[in-house]
Design a protein around this ligand. Structure first.
Ligand code: ATP
Ligand code: MG
Ligand code: MG
Ligand code: MG
Length: 469
């Protein structure tokens, strides 16, 4: 029997409520008063005010389900476990319990609540950083051992296991994460001292404790008076692990969307990258627009525009020009989790906004494809990367559409200069400065020109386009 999203949410919520946590609603994807974020990207993002002592929480123990958008994961979409939109199961101790209880709760929920076999779980802990004078988190090692995590399943790692601060200074600390072993088919078994494959074989399912222990000050690290714990688990990854699925796309939250595409586009199947991109992006757009973030050319609004265009171009490229996007948007709204009532409340608005964006882009797409014909003549069938970038930034056509047009007509496409032009552009557009938020990069999209389509492609060493469709 498979376990579905409602049941996982129910088990999670009941467990934390039984342990005196107050369930609070998820926050809108639009942050309030947080210029460092385009979107809420974790359960803790709207809680910062509590950790900083700026506001009192309703209770010191909280839990919820938080919809999240991670723009920095858009390029990962199509792997086993990264989505643009996902649901995070979160729990918090705000100045209440500390590491020992957090780890005991995590272990009990995983092994008893969800029934994970003990042998399938691994815990990572912070190894410390001598250079920065931050000690390793040996407390957490002891607490994992105490609850029964096998010794050789505890992995000490580097900076991935240190969180924050969310700006230059502020609360920060080590974190401990739980990984699920997806088996020999995906890589070598971890042996202590060896390599921990956290990309293929071991999938991160729960950041089971961000331990806000230090306050980073201009003068150095000091211990915080009020220590807090933040946890977050991806619902889609939990479902994937609990059901033994290969990817998050097999879960009840995504499979219907995958099937919708596969049933209607002859050239795509359930593992085609385009299928997965379209499923992820349509679901993301529904979540974003339902929270009142409208497609536009700058700021957060650029993200839904970008996602819609990429989905449409992917389908177009797959050879289907009359795809039922309206039907797919309806389906994505039907499948939105019951904990997200705002989607049902905004159905008409979401459908209307999507239809308008689609019409706008399809008109650009067609004009762009027509213009491509002229370019083909002008360039004698030979498009190079710099030309492609110019075309792409003028007409909004994704680079693969350009490449395929040339190649399928017996022309040539050399993408190598595209990479440079694109990187230069990105350098200008993206605020790549590390904001210390645990690698959650911010985007500054304010200077994108109106007709421009932001690319998603990268070129590998051989000049082949990767990372798109
Ligand atoms: P990863 O290393 O796999 O990118 P992360 O360390 O960036 O994940 P956290 O910031 O620790 O993730 O977020 C807490 C949890 O949220 C993760 O343990 C995972 O279960 C889930 N999660 C994070 N990013 C995604 C995503 N893009 N899609 C689905 N679930 C995610
Ligand atoms: Mg990540
Ligand atoms: Mg990680
Ligand atoms: Mg993590």
């Amino acid at each position: 029997r498979s376990i579905e999203s409602d049941e996982v949410v129910e088990i999670f919520t009941r467990f934390f409520e039984a342990n005196d946590h107050l369930k609070i609603p998820g926050h809108s994807l639009a942050p309030d008063n947080d210029p460092s974020l385009l979107f809420i990207n974790s359960g803790m993002a709207p809680m910062k005010k509590y950790f900083l002592g700026q506001e009192q929480p309703p209770l010191p123990r909280l839990c919820n389900v938080q919809r999240c958008i991670r723009t920095n994961d858009i390029e990962e979409v199509g792997d086993r476990h990264h989505l643009t939109y996902f649901e995070m199961l979160g729990s918090w101790s705000i100045g209440d319990y500390w590491k020992k209880t957090a780890i005991a709760l995590a272990w009990e929920l995983l092994t008893k609540g969800f029934g994970y076999p003990e042998d399938s779980l691994y815990a990572t802990v912070y190894a410390g950083n001598a250079e920065l004078g931050i000690p390793g988190d040996e407390d957490s090692v002891q607490y994992w051992k105490a609850v029964g995590m096998p010794d050789d399943h505890i992995v000490r790692l580097g900076d991935d296991n240190f969180w924050g601060p969310a700006g230059e200074f502020g609360p920060c600390g080590p974190c401990t994460e739980v990984f699920y072993d997806t088996g020999d088919a995906y890589g070598e078994r971890y042996v202590p001292g060896g390599h921990f494959d956290d990309v293929n074989r071991y999938i991160e399912i729960w950041n089971a404790g961000v331990f806000m222990q230090f306050n980073k000050l201009p003068t150095g690290m000091s211990e915080l008076d009020m220590k807090s714990v933040d946890t977050g688990a991806g619902l889609e990854r939990m479902l994937m692990a609990l059901n033994g699925y290969e990817t998050v796309y097999e879960t009840d939250l995504l499979k219907p969307l995958v099937d919708f595409v596969v049933d209607r586009v002859d050239s795509l199947d359930a593992s085609s990258r385009s299928t997965l991109i379209v499923a992820d992006h349509i679901r993301s757009v529904v979540g974003i627009v339902a929270d009142g973030i409208v497609p536009s050319n700058s700021g957060a609004g650029y993200i839904p525009r970008r996602l819609i265009r990429r989905a449409i171009a992917a389908i177009h490229q797959a050879g289907t020009t009359d795809f039922d996007f309206a039907g797919m948007v309806q389906l994505a709204m039907d499948k939105a989790g019951s904990w997200n009532p705002q989607v049902q409340d905004n159905r008409a608005k979401v459908a209307e906004i999507f239809a308008k964006e689609q019409a706008d882009f399809e008109s650009v797409l067609e004009a762009g494809v027509r213009k491509l014909g002229d370019e083909f003549e002008r360039l004698n069938g030979k498009m190079d990367g710099a030309e492609a970038f110019r075309f792409f930034s003028t007409y909004g056509l994704p680079v693969d559409t350009i490449r395929d047009y040339f190649v399928s007509r017996g022309g040539a496409f050399d993408g190598s200069g595209f990479d440079t032009a694109f990187a230069e552009h990105q350098e200008k557009s993206r605020n790549a400065k590390d904001d210390g938020s645990g690698g959650r990069a911010r985007l500054d999209l304010s200077d994108y020109p109106a007709t421009e389509f932001v690319g998603y492609s990268r070129l590998d060493a051989k000049g082949t386009i990767v990372g798109l469709f």
